[in-house]
Design a protein around this ligand. Structure first.
Ligand code: ZN
Length: 298
């Protein structure tokens, strides 16, 4: 008698609490707006990379960037691995963030290294300095990291965000272009369904032309998506350049890949590639377009 009374009273107190808890949780889930890609946040990530200094291979800034990218991805709940190897005798550290399983399997990549020499600088005395790389590396990394914050935890079957090492050291003694992505592609066991590379996409004056070597159908999908959400000014539906970039090793393996790159950048490989040339609006255009395209891949 006594024990049944106390069981009931516990029930009378607990049950309403449980019901209130469930209601509050449901309301929170229903009325919390989905996390949106934020160009301002991405821009802050560009500034952070700039504060480390030029991320040239072997530098302290390069090592710090690997640490920072990895910990940011882990904080955003991605499974993170640092892929270590060598390519033409150079040490390679690619950072791979994975989420989901099965197909479609989509890889979005950007390089995080800065070029060791600003050999296009108009001032010859500055050509032995490193490229600060606000647009030429920091912008792509920033968009990838902001994507890692906003992409849904489960909805997409399988997404990898890959940060490639040593893309930008071609025409330097004993080096070559795209070493990180070459190593990564050489280690791939299976074929992803699509590989999207973003490079130099932060230019405040953002005009991205279609790239000749890229997969044509995938290019059209991305440009159409940008057009749908009002970014046709930034994604110009005309072919212009043929570029060797981190998409090349995938294309060579018969994998659908594209390069999203604004190659009309007057500060390319100069010491003037600084954060004031990059705009949050440009990062926003890229980020939003990729989020929208990924939504269609479910
Ligand atoms: Zn470059």
């Amino acid at each position: 008698m006594q024990s049944s009374f106390s069981f009931k009273s516990i029930l009378y107190i607990t049950l309403p609490l449980v019901i209130i808890f469930v209601i509050v949780l449901t309301a929170y889930w229903l009325f919390t707006p989905p996390v949106q890609f934020d160009g301002q946040r991405a821009y802050a990530l560009v500034q952070h990379q700039m504060s480390l200094g030029a991320r040239t291979p072997g530098s302290q800034a390069h090592a710090q960037t690997i640490q920072w990218i990895s910990s940011t991805l882990q904080k955003n709940r991605w499974q993170v691995d640092i892929q270590k190897g060598t390519q033409i005798g150079k040490p390679i550290q690619n950072i791979i963030a994975r989420r989901g399983a099965g197909s479609p399997w989509i890889i979005i990549g950007a390089h995080y290294d800065c070029r060791m020499f600003a050999d296009k600088d108009p001032d010859a005395s500055k050509r032995s300095l490193p490229v600060p790389g606000a647009n030429d590396s920091a912008s792509g990394v920033a968009v990838l990291l902001e994507l890692s914050r906003v992409l849904p935890k489960q909805e997409h079957p399988q997404i990898w965000l890959v940060f490639f090492d040593a893309e930008d050291q071609g025409r330097i003694d004993n080096w070559d272009w795209i070493l990180g992505s070459r190593y990564f592609a050489s280690q791939l066991q299976d074929k992803p369904d699509a590989v999207i590379i973003i490079d130099m996409i932060g230019d405040a004056d953002l005009n991205i032309y279609m790239e000749h070597n890229s997969d044509q159908a995938l290019t059209e999908q991305i440009w159409n998506t940008a057009d749908e959400i009002g970014y046709s000014k930034n994604f110009v539906p005309t072919y212009k350049f043929s570029i060797l970039d981190d998409h090349t090793p995938f294309l060579e393996k018969g994998i659908r890949a594209i390069d999203i790159i604004d190659f009309d950048y007057p500060y390319w490989h100069t010491t003037q590639d600084t954060a004031d040339k990059v705009s949050p609006q440009s990062l926003q255009a890229i980020g939003e377009t990729l989020v929208k395209w990924l939504e269609k891949q479910r």
